[in-house]
Design a protein around this ligand. Structure first.
Ligand code: ATP
Ligand code: MG
Ligand code: MG
Ligand code: MG
Length: 470
């Protein structure tokens, strides 16, 4: 029988409750007392003080289902089967209590006995030299050695600057050749959608010091993260997370409202998936008190909303429509996340106002861009200056990727470097206007690793690439 996403979530929490874990409901998406992070992006993030030992946890074992936002995955959304900007992370945590063996054995017990995943489809990964984890998988769990892979820092070592860090071990599900890239060396860790990483176990056993030494922690911790949408995708045997029961319901509403059909052509599919993903992120962000703005998390919200609105335009929608999808999100998630129900009217209003504001400027922006195009063609030039592209962005909220796309259709281009220079100047102005402010901890621009259209004028959290987790 196929289990629904909401049911799988409950199974997980009940399982770890039976293993003496204190089950806590999700923390808000807005980090509390943590300036290093723009938005919560992992189950462990709100629990950092317990890992660092600056606060005493209410229990040495905890489990949560945490709302997460990962803006760093925005370009994957709609294109891979497994990435969303908003997702739920199931996690069990040990603060100096149990360690590798329990973590792996309980993980396996849950996956085999409770989720009833077929054993022959499962693979495990360990960090290069983590023989301890390797032995647990091969000897204690009994996974055959050809299904245990050793992966490097990029996938399987978690660290952020100095402090607690350590190797990871992941569980992968082989969805079969039809999802594979076809390369001879395709195995867990490959970028394609065949082997899906669904559960990461982090063993924080070191304390990295300023000199770069990895000192053994006297009381190592456990921090695991399992993507709920991914598990549901595996369990329900569907092509992508967008076809998981709760996601599909929203996607179906999006089809209806935009008069589009899913699985007819790929471009439409991508737009529909982006709308489905972004409306979920936006709804949850607004319910946690974030408002659209030109800075920080407000900008992330604005950017997601405008991106979704643009994909509505691509699908031929003339009016604002996103706010109408809020009902679908609440219907699927409102029981678990009661803040959605409580703020239903407010969420819709915030989204509609922002959407209508963008509707006005997007049309104005299009008129102005068409003017620029005519001028370029008359002058027999092919590159729009960074200054003009920036003006469209700054004054009309007009995304650079849209400017780029429209120009490319006419065989024209944008001076991207010039745009970046304008952005830098504006950032400088904003920084001066703000004084020293509270942006100290935001080391990098949150979108800098993405396309420049979503670069913004704040200094945000940047996903550390080699962490394995976040
Ligand atoms: P991937 O390599 O597939 O991008 P990750 O290694 O970045 O995943 P982790 O940081 O280890 O992911 O997070 C723990 C778990 O959270 C993952 O194993 C996965 O199940 C889930 N997860 C991570 N990113 C996403 C996402 N963008 N959308 C949905 N689930 C995700
Ligand atoms: Mg990732
Ligand atoms: Mg990974
Ligand atoms: Mg991982």
């Amino acid at each position: 029988e196929k289990k629904g996403l909401n049911e799988i979530r409950q199974l997980f929490l009940d399982f770890f409750k039976s293993k003496d874990h204190l089950v806590r409901s999700s923390y808000p998406l807005v980090p509390q007392n943590d300036k290093s992070l723009l938005l919560i992006n992992a189950g462990m993030a709100p629990l950092k003080p317990y890992f660092a030992g600056t606060e005493v946890p209410p229990n040495k074992r905890m489990a949560t289902c945490q709302k997460c936002i990962r803006t760093g995955d925005i370009e994957n959304v709609g294109h891979t089967a497994r990435h969303a900007t908003f997702f739920e992370m199931l996690g069990n945590f040990s603060f100096g209590d149990y360690f590798k063996e329990e973590s792996i054995l309980w993980g396996w017990e849950f996956v085999i006995q409770h989720l009833k995943m077929p054993e022959d489809k499962l693979w495990a990964s360990v960090y290069l030299d983590d023989d301890e984890a390797y032995e647990i998988w091969s000897k204690k769990v009994g996974v055959s050695e050809d299904k245990i892979v050793r992966l490097g820092k990029e996938d399987n070592f978690w660290e952020i600057g100095v402090g607690p860090c350590g190797p990871c071990s992941e569980i992968y599900f082989d969805r079969g050749e039809k999802y594979g890239c076809g390369k001879a060396d395709c195995k867990p860790g490959c970028d394609c959608d065949r082997y899906v990483e669904f559960w990461n176990h982090v063993f924080t056993q070191f304390d990295k010091d300023e000199a770069g030494n990895y000192n053994l922690l006297p009381n190592p911790n456990i921090d695991t993260g399992m993507g709920l949408e991914r598990v549901a995708c595996i369990m329900q045997d569907v092509d992508s997370i967008f076809e998981v029961d709760t996601m599909k319901y929203i996607l179906d509403q999006a089809c209806q409202i935009t008069s589009s059909t899913y699985n007819k052509d790929e471009a439409t599919n991508i737009s529909l998936r982006i709308i489905t993903d972004h409306i979920r992120s936006v709804t949850f962000m607004v319910s946690d008190g974030i408002l659209p703005s030109n800075e920080g998390r407000g900008y992330v919200l604005r950017r997601l909303l405008r991106r979704a609105a643009r994909h509505g335009k691509i699908l031929g929608v003339q009016k604002s429509f996103l706010y109408q999808l809020v009902d679908a999100v609440i219907k699927m998630y409102g029981e678990m996340y009661t803040e959605l129900q409580e703020k239903e009217d407010y969420i819709k209003r915030v989204i509609q106002v922002e959407e209508e504001r963008f509707q006005e400027t997007i049309d104005q922006g299009l008129d102005i861009l068409n003017e620029y195009i005519k001028n370029l063609q008359t002058a027999k030039e092919s590159t729009l200056t960074g200054e003009l592209a920036f003006k469209l962005y700054d004054t009309y909220g007009f995304p650079l990727d849209l400017t780029k796309e429209i120009l490319e259709e006419k065989g024209l281009q944008v001076d991207l470097q010039g745009f970046e220079e304008e952005m830098t100047k504006q950032r400088e102005r904003a920084r001066q206007a703000r004084g020293t402010g509270d942006t100290e901890g935001w080391k990098e621009d949150v979108f800098s690793s993405l396309s420049m259209d979503i670069t913004t004028n704040f200094k945000g959290y940047e996903e550390t690439k080699n962490t394995g987790k976040v």
